[in-house]
Design a protein. Structure first.
Length: 186
């Protein structure tokens, strides 16, 4: 359908009523452009594809929350995708990989000359040890998914392929595993 005649609001209203064809129409109309939006933010095609998938799941499950008085339906769809991509980038920026067996990252500065650095390194190590203890408490499948995603840098699709597990299952395991980690770290 040409963009000028495509009725985004009608599609969202139909999605809210459970009309799967409306979601397919929306996907056909916008998925390529949404992939471009996600890719420009995350700069990895596989990750951008995962984000677009998650965006359409969110569009489907939250279509009833769209409020036309707050903006256009098309803008709402794009903001969902953009926010998921930005969240991915922000979450990635907070990740710090530390090998507790390799103390070389502590040797950059002499703690006697920089006590603030030494304290920061100590806190980082203590936090890292707690993460490992919390990871050990997870079911092996959930722990493996989280490690593949956040240590190996695999996409959800790559993890599903490695483990021979459905993509939706992998996403659910990661989501539940992260929730359990947050609670344990709390």
């Amino acid at each position: 359908m040409p963009e000028s005649t495509f009725d985004y609001q009608r599609c969202l209203e139909a999605c809210a009523q459970g009309d799967q064809q409306a979601l397919r129409d929306l996907y056909t109309q916008e998925s390529a452009r949404l992939l471009g939006v996600a890719w420009r933010i995350v700069r990895e095609r596989a990750v951008a594809e995962d984000i677009v998938h998650d965006a359409f799941v969110r569009i489907w499950t939250r279509a009833s929350s769209f409020a036309p008085e707050r903006g256009s339906a098309r803008g709402w769809i794009y903001s969902i995708t953009r926010n998921l991509a930005l969240n991915f980038v922000r979450d990635g920026a907070r990740q710090v990989a530390i090998d507790p067996q390799d103390p070389s990252h502590l040797q950059d500065t002499d703690p006697a000359h920089d006590p603030e650095h030494a304290m920061h390194s100590f806190e980082l190590h203590a936090h890292s040890a707690k993460v490992y203890r919390c990871l050990e408490q997870l079911e092996p499948a959930r722990r493996d998914c989280i490690l593949h995603a956040y240590v190996d840098g695999c996409t959800h699709a790559q993890i599903a392929q490695r483990l021979g597990t459905p993509l939706g299952t992998v996403k659910a395991w990661i989501k539940r595993g992260l929730a359990a980690l947050r609670e344990c770290m709390g």
